[in-house]
Design a protein around this ligand. Structure first.
Ligand code: 1GP
Length: 253
């Protein structure tokens, strides 16, 4: 399956998607993933994202192996650095942190990763990654040594996304950071939505069906849920239902 094509097709018809983020650092034993994998299959989750800001363990391939063994849901790497490449996944968010001014994350890591990726069959998803402030400093803001865009600077985020699209990036990812106190607000999502045509991913701090709905309503094409499911995997059913209901209402129109 070509993931970029599929995201664009869904966007064209207004269909929304949901991804579950698994941070390998938080998994001591892949067996602990079982309940989440079962729920993800039952609830027709569209993608798994795998990665984290700080991968200190080397169980990324074991985590991907466990996901593959029990589901056929596509796995997209969401790397914190060029070191986090695992060829057994299906695709990789080839991120450029365009909200920051850290050259290493704008182009340096990508230069290191490109020749490695060339020898894999991973689908490359060129993605403009935009961090939005969300209260407390998040791991990703700290590790990336960049300042997130203030959550009320809508036009700054919109122009950043537009520049990313003009540079040829195929996806924009608005992230408040994992476990964010405040998710990306609707006005921000909407401002960015209006500025670009490419699929829009939104994540960080989405931990209730209401927050998920607000992100979809404001224009997110794909929402990413990670932290909240580490605490309560059952929450996936409620959040996935929100996406399902949104998509159902399209078919009944
Ligand atoms: C973080 O967007 C992802 O980069 C998901 O965030 O872990 O808060 O759901 P959460």
């Amino acid at each position: 399956m070509n993931i970029c094509h599929s995201l664009n097709e869904r966007r064209r018809i207004g269909k929304k998607s949901i991804a579950v983020l698994v941070d390998p650092d938080k998994i001591e034993d892949v067996g602990q993933l079982s309940p989440l994998l079962r729920l993800a299959s039952e609830n027709c989750v569209d993608f798994f994202f795998a990665g984290g800001s700080l991968v200190t363990t080397n169980n990324l391939s074991a985590v991907i192996g466990a996901i593959k063994e029990s589901t056929s849901i596509p796995i997209v790497l969401f790397p914190g650095s060029a070191m986090q490449i695992e060829p057994s996944a299906d695709a990789i968010l080839f991120l450029s942190l365009i909200s920051g001014r850290n050259p290493d994350l704008l182009i340096g890591q990508q230069v290191a990763a490109a020749p490695i990726l060339k020898n894999t069959s991973l689908e490359i998803l060129p993605t403009g990654y935009i961090l939005i402030s969300s209260g407390k400093t998040t791991s990703v803001a700290y590790i990336s040594n960049t300042t997130p865009i203030p959550e009320d600077k809508y036009s700054l985020a919109a122009c950043t996304a537009l520049a990313g699209e003009m540079l040829g990036l195929k996806i924009i990812y608005l992230d408040a950071g994992s476990g964010a106190e405040r998710e990306v607000n609707q006005k921000m999502i909407n401002a960015v939505r209006k500025s670009v045509e490419v699929p829009l991913i939104v994540g960080g701090g989405i931990n209730t069906p209401q927050k998920a709905f607000r992100a979809l309503e404001a224009g997110a094409d794909l929402i990413v849920i990670g932290n909240a499911l580490e605490k309560d995997p059952q929450l996936l059913t409620e959040i996935a239902d929100t996406v399902y209901e949104w998509n159902q209402q399209l078919t009944s129109q």
